[in-house]
Ligand binder design. Structure first.
Ligand code: ARG
Ligand code: ZN
Length: 890
C-alpha cells in the first residue's frame, strides 16, 4: 500500500546487475503463526560491471525485500549490526568489502495472513508460493530480477501431521524426522534459474503418479498433487501432460531435463498457473476435470494450460527473460506453442476461430483503451499489470506471423538456434528475432515494429478488375491509430494470406505481374508500405477475394463485401477460418442494421438472408459439426461493442436478442431435428471427451439455446430432460444456462436450487453456478448478483469466486453492468476498493471494464469516470490499482 505515487520504470534504463548470485541455499521453518526463512547466498561482483572497480571500490549491494522482518544478517560469518546496513520498506543495502562473499540472513514472514497470494501464502491448509513476477522479495532479501540466475537448494521443515508432503524445485535429495512431530525434506535444482521460478509447497496432498520416457529413453516421474477429495479429477491433466511432453519433442525437439515433473493444484490462485522449474503450481480450475463436474471447454482449458506451463520449461525456464519488459519473449512464444498444440490435438480451424474471436473482442479493446502498450512495453509502474492480452495473445500473433513468413521449417531452424544459442541465459525479444534472422538468412528489422508499436493496424483494401487485360489489382492501405505515448506509427510488415475465387467458388491460380508462372493457388503477400498495390494477371473473370486467411495478421481489415458475396464465401471458401469469418461479417452487417432500426425507434426486421444461410448450414450433414456450431453463434455483445464507435448498450442487446428469437422461431424445426439427433447420441454413448463428441455436444447446446428462445413448452421439456438425465457437466450446465436466461421462473428456480444442493461441496462447480447467473441478461441482474454475494459459498478472498461472480457480471452481462443509472459501476468500484486492501492484483484486474469508458455515451462516461475518481480518492491504493486508475483518467 502506498500514499505517494509509484515510480515509473523504463526499459531504456536497463542496466545489468552489479552483483550475481551463484548459489542460493534456503531453509524454511513453517509454523502456524509465522514462518522463518534462512537464506545463504553465494554472491559475486558481476564481471560485466566491474571495469572501473579498483579505484572507486565496490558499489553497494541493494537487495529487494518487502514485508520481511530481518532477524539476523552475516557476511562471510561476520555478524552485521544495525550500523552495517540500511533498511527501507523495499530494500536492504549493504557495503561489500570483497568481490566474492557469502551472505546469511534470517527473516520472519507471515504466510498465514498473506491475502495478496503473492510470495509464500496459505491456500486453505496448504502452504504454497507464487513468485512471478516480483514475489520472491516477499520471501527473503534477494536480487529479485530475472537476469540473476542461481542454483537453489531448499530445505523445508514443518509439522509432519499437517504437512506430510514437502516439495520444492528440482530433485528430492534427503528427508527425515525431527523431534516435536516435525519433519524435513531437501530439494536441489541443478539448473540455474531466476527467483521468479522458485516454488515451495507443503500440505496434506495426494498424488497421481505416472512416468514418461523421453526421446532419449530417460524415464521421468510425473506427479500431480491435489487435495484428497479431488484425486478422481486428475487423469485428464495427466494425459494432457504426457501429450505435451511428446509434442514438444516431436515439433520442437525439446526434451524434459529433470528426473521428476510435478504439478500441484491450489484453490486460491491469482492467475491460471505458474511454470516454476519442475514444480508447476496451478489454479485448481486449470487442473481438475472430470465429466461430471467440468465442461468440454474446461477440459480443453486444462489441456491447454498444462501444455502452456510445461512448454515454459524451455521457452521461459531454460531460456528466460533478461527483464520484465521482455515478458512476451516467453509468454507470446509459449501461447503460440500451446495454441499449435491444441490445434494438433483438436480441430485446428475451431481453435483458430476461438482464439481470433477472443483476441478481436478483448485485445483489440485493450489496444483501443488507456492501457494500450506495445508487446514489449517501454515502461510500467507495476509489472503485475502487464500480464496482459497484448503481451500474451498479441505476442503470440507476432510469433505466428514470423512462423507464417518463414514457413514451418524455417521457423523450426530459428527456434533450434534460439534454444542452442541462449540455453541458460536471460535474453531479449531482439535475441529471439535475431535467431530467426540468422537461421534463415533474412532481415526482420521492419517486422520488429510489432514489438515496439502499440495499437491495432487498420487495413483497407480496394479492388479493381480489368476485363480486357484480365488483370485484377488489390490496393492495400495500412494505418494505425494513435495510442498513449505514440502518435505516429511507421508501417508494419503484414503477412496477408489470400486466395481468389471464381464464380463457381474454385480457387484461381495466382500469378503476380512480373512473375514467370503461376505460384499455385492461395499465397502470402508481405505488405510493407503504407500503401501498396498488387496486380494479378491471367484472371479470366472478376474474382471474389478471400483475404487475411486464417487471420494471418492481427489487424482490422475492411473490404466492401456485399451480403451475397459473404454468403458465397461462407459456402465456398477453401479456408475454413474465412468461411466462419464471412458468416461473422454477414451477422455483423445484419445486426448493425437492427441496431440502427432500434435507435430510430423503427420495428426490427431481420435480413432473411441470415436465416437462409443458417438454414443451409443446418441442412448440410457433411459439414463438421464444430464448424456449424461456430457459424451459428452470433458475434457477442462485447465484440459488437468493440467494433462500435460509440456502443449503444441497449440497442446492441435488443438487436442480438431479437435476432436470436427470430432465428429460433424461423428455424425451429431443423434446430429441433439436430437437437434431438445429437441428444439421442449423447444418451447412447455417454460422455466421451473426444473432438467429434465435443463438436456434437456444442452444436446440440447451441440448438437448445435457440429452441428455448421460442418459449415453447416442448423446448422447456427438452431442456429439463437434458438437465435431469445427462451424465456430464457440459450438457447440464448448458441446460441450466438456457433455463436461467428463460422466462420459465419456476423451472429455473428449481434447477438452480437442486444444482447448488448437489454440488455445494465442489467449489469449481459452484463457480460455474455463480457465473451462469451473473451473466444472465434479464432485467434485475445487479440485484441478483448482490444477493448471490451473500451466498455462503461466496468469498472475496478467493480469486476464482471474484471472477465467477463480479468478473462475469461486469464482463459478460453488459446490459446489466452498464445500466443507465450507474449502479453497476458503483457496485464494481465498491468491490475494487475492498479488494485493493486484500489482493491488489485481483482488484486491478477487475477494473478493466471501467477503463473502457470512452466507448460509451457521455452520460455513462461521466458515471464511469466518477467511479474511477472515487477509487482514486478512497485511500491508500496499491501500485496495481493506482496505475490502472490513473492511466484511465489521464
Ligand atoms: N507465467 C505464468 C504463465 O504461465 C503467469 C504468471 C502470472 N503472474 C502474475 N503475477 N501476474 O503465464
Ligand atoms: Zn505463460
Amino acid at each position: 500500500m502506498r500514499t505517494e505515487q509509484p515510480k515509473v520504470i523504463y526499459l531504456k534504463d536497463y542496466q545489468a546487475p552489479e552483483y550475481l548470485i551463484d548459489e542460493t541455499n534456503l531453509t524454511f521453518e513453517l509454523y502456524e503463526d509465522h514462518s522463518l526463512v534462512h537464506a545463504q547466498l553465494v554472491i559475486r561482483r558481476n564481471p560485466e560491471r566491474a571495469a572501473g572497480d579498483s579505484g572507486a571500490g565496490l558499489p553497494p549491494l541493494v537487495l529487494d525485500g518487502q514485508q520481511l522482518e530481518l532477524l539476523s544478517l552475516a557476511m562471510d560469518d561476520r555478524v552485521l549490526g544495525e550500523g552495517d546496513y540500511q533498511l527501507d520498506d523495499s530494500h536492504l543495502t549493504l557495503q561489500p568489502v570483497s568481490s566474492q562473499f557469502t551472505l546469511d540472513s534470517t527473516v520472519r514472514i507471515h504466510p498465514e495472513s498473506n491475502t495478496a497470494l503473492e510470495g509464500l501464502y496459505k491456500s486453505g491448509t496448504m502452504f504454497c508460493t507464487q513468485c512471478e513476477a516480483e514475489g520472491f522479495r516477499k520471501i527473503t532479501y534477494y536480487l529479485d530480477r530475472p537476469d540473476v540466475m542461481s542454483t537453489f537448494t531448499t530445505t523445508i521443515t514443518a509439522e509432519q501431521h499437517r504437512y506430510p508432503v514437502l516439495l520444492s524445485n528440482g530433485n528430492p535429495m534427503a528427508s527425515g524426522a525431527e523431534e516435536g512431530g516435525r519433519h524435513w525434506a531437501t530439494w536441489q535444482d541443478p539448473f540455474k534459474k531466476p527467483a521468479y521460478l522458485f516454488a515451495l509447497v507443503a500440505g496434506d496432498l495426494w498424488c497421481v503418479e505416472d512416468t514418461f520416457t523421453t526421446m532419449n529413453q530417460r524415464e521421468v516421474a510425473l506427479r500431480i498433487y491435489v487435495e484428497p477429495e479431488n484425486i478422481d479429477k486428475v487423469q485428464h491433466a495427466m494425459d494432457s501432460l504426457k501429450k505435451s511432453m511428446r509434442w514438444d519433442e516431436e515439433v520442437y525437439g525439446r526434451e524434459y531435463d529433470l528426473d521428476i515433473f510435478m504439478i500441484v493444484a491450489v484453490n486460491d490462485f491469482n492467475m491460471g498457473a505458474m511454470e516454476n522449474k519442475g514444480l508447476n503450481i496451478f489454479n485448481s480450475s486449470c487442473v481438475l476435470a472430470k465429466a461430471e463436474t467440468a465442461t468440454d471447454a474446461a477440459h480443453q482449458r486444462v489441456e491447454a494450460v498444462v501444455a502452456h506451463e510445461y512448454f515454459h520449461n524451455w521457452s521461459g525456464n531454460r531460456v528466460t527473460c533478461r527483464d520484465w519488459f521482455q515478458l512476451s519473449l516467453k509468454e507470446g512464444f509459449t501461447v503460440f506453442r500451446d495454441a499449435e498444440f491444441s490445434a494438433d490435438m483438436n480441430s485446428r480451424t475451431v481453435k483458430r476461430i476461438e482464439d481470433v474471436a477472443f483476441l478481436r473482442t478483448n485485445q483489440f479493446a485493450e489496444d483501443a483503451g488507456p492501457m494500450a502498450h506495445p508487446v514489449r512495453p517501454d515502461s510500467f509502474m507495476e509489472i503485475s499489470n502487464f500480464y496482459t492480452l497484448t503481451v500474451y495473445e498479441k505476442g503470440a500473433e507476432v510469433v505466428r506471423m514470423i512462423h507464417t513468413l518463414l514457413g514451418a521449417e524455417g521457423f523450426r531452424k530459428g527456434t533450434d538456434l534460439y534454444f542452442e544459442r541462449h540455453d541458460g541465459q536471460a535474453v531479449t525479444c531482439d535475441d529471439f528475432v535475431k535467431a530467426m534472422e540468422d537461421a534463415n538468412g533474412v532481415e526482420l528489422t521492419q517486422f520488429k515494429r510489432w514489438y515496439s508499436q502499440s495499437g491495432t493496424p487498420r487495413l483497407q483494401v480496394e479492388e479493381s478488375y480489368d476485363a480486357q487485360a484480365k488483370t485484377y489489382s488489390l490496393t492495400f492501405r495500412q494505418s494505425c491509430p494513435a495510442t498513449p505515448g505514440q502518435k505516429e506509427k511507421a508501417p508494419f510488415v503484414i503477412p496477408l494470406a489470400l486466395g481468389l475465387l471464381d464464380g463457381k467458388g474454385n480457387e484461381l491460380p495466382l500469378r503476380l505481374q512480373g512473375e514467370g508462372a503461376a505460384q499455385g493457388v492461395g499465397r502470402v503477400l508481405a505488405l510493407t508500405e503504407a500503401e501498396q498495390c498488387f496486380t494479378f494477371v491471367d484472371i479470366p473473370e472478376r474474382p471474389l477475394p478471400s483475404l487475411l486467411r486464417g487471420f494471418s495478421a492481427p489487424v482490422k481489415l475492411s473490404f466492401p463485401y456485399s451480403r451475397d458475396q459473404l454468403m458465397f464465401l461462407m459456402q465456398h471458401d477453401s479456408d475454413g477460418f474465412n468461411r466462419w469469418e464471412a458468416g461473422q461479417q454477414l451477422s455483423v452487417q445484419v445486426l448493425q442494421e437492427l441496431i440502427a432500426q432500434h435507435q430510430k425507434g423503427e420495428p426490427l426486421v431481420l435480413d432473411s438472408r441470415l436465416v437462409k444461410a443458417f438454414d443451409t448450414l443446418l441442412g448440410d450433414e457433411s459439414l463438421d459439426q464444430a464448424m456449424v456450431a461456430e457459424m451459428l453463434s452470433l458475434p457477442s455483445e462485447a465484440y459488437l461493442t468493440e467494433i462500435s464507435e460509440v456502443a449503444d448498450v441497449e440497442a446492441i442487446h435488443a438487436a442480438r436478442e431479437f435476432a436470436r428469437v427470430t432465428i429460433g422461431e424461423a428455424l425451429y424445426q431443423p434446430l429441433l431435428a439436430r437437437y434431438r439427433a445429437n441428444r439421442a447420441l449423447s444418451r447412447e454413448t455417454g460422455y466421451i471427451a473426444e473432438a467429434a463428441h465435443i463438436a456434437r455436444r456444442t452444436l446440440q447446446n447451441i440448438a437448445l439455446s435457440y429452441l428455448m428462445q421460442s418459449g415453447k413448452a416442448e423446448a422447456l421439456e427438452a431442456c429439463l430432460e437434458q438437465f435431469n438425465d445427462c451424465d456430464n457437466m457440459t450438457e447440464r450446465l448448458s441446460a441450466l444456462a438456457v433455463l436461467v436466461n428463460s422466462a420459465f421462473e419456476q423451472a429455473k428456480a428449481d434447477a438452480l436450487q437442486r444444482f447448488a444442493e448437489y454440488f455445494k461441496d465442489d467449489p469449481l462447480v459452484m463457480d460455474q453456478w455463480f457465473s451462469v447467473q451473473a451473466g444472465c441478461g434479464l432485467p434485475g441482474g445487479l440485484e441478483r448478483v448482490q444477493e448471490l454475494m451473500k451466498h455462503p459459498a461466496f468469498t472475496l478472498k478467493n480469486p476464482n469466486k471474484v471472477r465467477a461472480l463480479i468478473g462475469a457480471f461486469a464482463n459478460q452481462n453488459l446490459v446489466n453492468f452498464h445500466r443507465a443509472d450507474g449502479a453497476g459501476y458503483r457496485f464494481l468500484a465498491d468491490h475494487v476498493i475492498a479488494l485493493n486492501a486484500l489482493n491488489p492484483q485481483i482488484a486491478s484486474r477487475q477494473l478493466t471494464p471501467l477503463t473502457r469508458w470512452r466507448k460509451y455515451d457521455t452520460s455513462r462516461q461521466q458515471l464511469m469516470k466518477a467511479e474511477l475518481e472515487r477509487i482514486l480518492a478512497s485511500g491508500e491504493l496499491s501500485s496495481d490499482v493506482y496505475e490502472i486508475v490513473s492511466k484511465s483518467l489521464a
